[in-house]
Each structure stands twice: as C-alpha cells, then as structure tokens.
Write a protein that binds this ligand. Structure first.
Ligand SMILES: [Zn+2]
Length: 269
C-alpha cells in the first residue's frame, strides 16, 4: 500500500534554549526546570514509546544537552539517529561573526563525535533559520543534509545560495550540495502545545487530528516530517494521542525512517 514516509523528529533542547531566549531574560530557575523535565521525564518517556512501537526517530540534539545529560543522550544515540542542533542552541542569525557560528557548530560536532564515535551527517537550525554563513559552514563541515527549510511541503530539495536584495528581484541562486528535508510549523508540537507567552489551542486533540488530516492529504511519495520536543510531547497523555496518529499512519501503509535515510535515498535516487 503506497503511503508517505514518516520521519518522527525530536528537538532535544532540554535546558539550552532558555539560556539565550529574549537576550537571556528567560534564563530563570522555573524555565530551566521545563528543560529539566524534558531531559529527565519527557525524553525517557519518548524513548519508551518509540521502543514499545519499534519506531526509528531522529533526535536533533544540542551539544549542551549531550554534555549536560550524558546518560539520556547515550540512550538516544544507542537507539536512534542523533543529529546536530547547535552546541548552545543559539539561532544562527544571532552570532556576531562567521567565526563564532563556526566555533559553535564545531563544538556541537565534537560533542556528538565524543558520544557516538562519528560526526553527525544532519543538522537542524535552532529557530529553523540560517545566517548568511550557515549553508557554507554546513558544506565546509561535511554535513549531508539539513532539516530546517520550508520551500517544499513533503519533498526534499537542494538548498540554494539565494540572495534577496530589497530593490531587485529575488535571485534563487545556485544549488548547493546540501539536501533540505523540509519542516513545517503546521507539524510542530511547540507552538500549539507549549505556553510561551501565549498558546495556540486549548483542545489538544485538534493538533493530532490536524496532523492526521495532513498525512491523509500528503502524496504517497512524500516525506512527512513531524517536529516534536521531549519537554512538550513527553507527557503520557500526549504520547497516547501521538500513538493513535502513528497507528493511523501505519494502517495506511506508511513506513517510518530516520531523516539521514531519507537524505541518502534522495541523493542516490
Ligand atoms: Zn531547538
């Protein structure tokens, strides 16, 4: 039965985002405790959920998380793809220089290499955006793919060296040797399910029903990337709802895979 390929992805931010958000104003004990929940409760719950259902997944994990919570990071790496999500979870556009962005990327690679014995092949930007240097740095540092862009809904594509002068037409630029496995705000648990000054929904089942409707309308050859965060999705009641979505996709014939497998298949196809 043909059906889309599903990539369950987890941005394992733990404490790291709270250190930088709003210029450091959110770096408070209670915010950090939300990250602690993600590392100490949410992530183990998600690991158990995935193991029970024999599901592969990709965990985009900051080096800060790897080094702060090594035991759970090791459990993730033993069972799943552990990919790059910055060392410090600083949005690329916030760096003062190319050198500073590169240093953070290198530190993140080193943390993952220390944990797994090999460098990551995949990257997801903290904030899902790039600085003017990010694509070149990812190419320079040997990444095969990124999962941060939105130029397609369900189909991987090559990142381009585009330029967007404000007084001239947009220039799509040359293709780069970097595959983008696209994401969507419409399939991210954080905006609708996590309070961050405001919250998008009150009836949580709506979120999972929407993912199901999107899946039902995705093309059979498409790649359906869902982005989740252990501190958000890791609650038992939410994992039950995620399980119902997984069952629905499986019944429809979907296969589940790591993002690096999608990138490799697209490259060779
Ligand atoms: Zn993140």
């Amino acid at each position: 039965m043909p059906a889309p390929t599903v990539c369950l992805t987890f941005d394992f931010d733990a404490v790291s985002p709270w250190l930088h958000m709003d210029g450091g104003d959110r770096n408070t004990p209670t915010n950090r405790s939300r990250g602690l929940y993600g590392a100490e409760v949410g992530a183990p719950n998600v690991l158990e959920f995935l193991a029970d259902r024999d599901l592969p997944a990709t965990w985009f994990t900051p080096g800060h998380t790897v080094e702060s919570f090594p035991e759970v990071a090791e459990r993730v790496a033993d069972a799943h793809e552990l990919a790059h999500h910055g060392w410090s979870h600083t949005p690329p556009g916030d760096y003062d220089s190319r050198a500073a962005e590169r240093a953070d990327l290198e530190r993140g690679i080193a943390a993952i290499e220390e944990l797994t014995g090999s460098p990551p092949t995949g990257y997801r930007s903290p904030s899902w955006d790039y600085s003017e240097h990010t694509v070149d740095l990812l190419l320079d540092l040997g990444f095969d793919y990124s999962s941060s862009g939105m130029a397609r809904e369900f189909h991987p594509y090559r990142v381009r060296h585009d330029s967007a002068p404000v007084d001239a037409p947009y220039d799509r630029g040359e293709e780069a040797d970097l595959i983008e496995v696209p994401v969507s705000w419409g399939r991210d648990d954080y905006p609708p399910l996590a309070f961050s000054g405001s919250r998008g929904y009150t009836a949580e089942q709506v979120v999972f029903d929407d993912w199901r409707a999107q899946f039902d309308h995705a093309p059979d050859e498409g790649v359906f990337v869902v982005t989740m965060h252990p501190q958000v999705i890791g609650r038992e009641d939410r994992l039950v709802k995620l399980g119902a979505f997984v069952d629905h996709a499986r019944d429809a014939g979907a296969s589940f895979t790591e993002v690096r497998e999608v990138a490799a298949a697209w490259e060779s196809g």
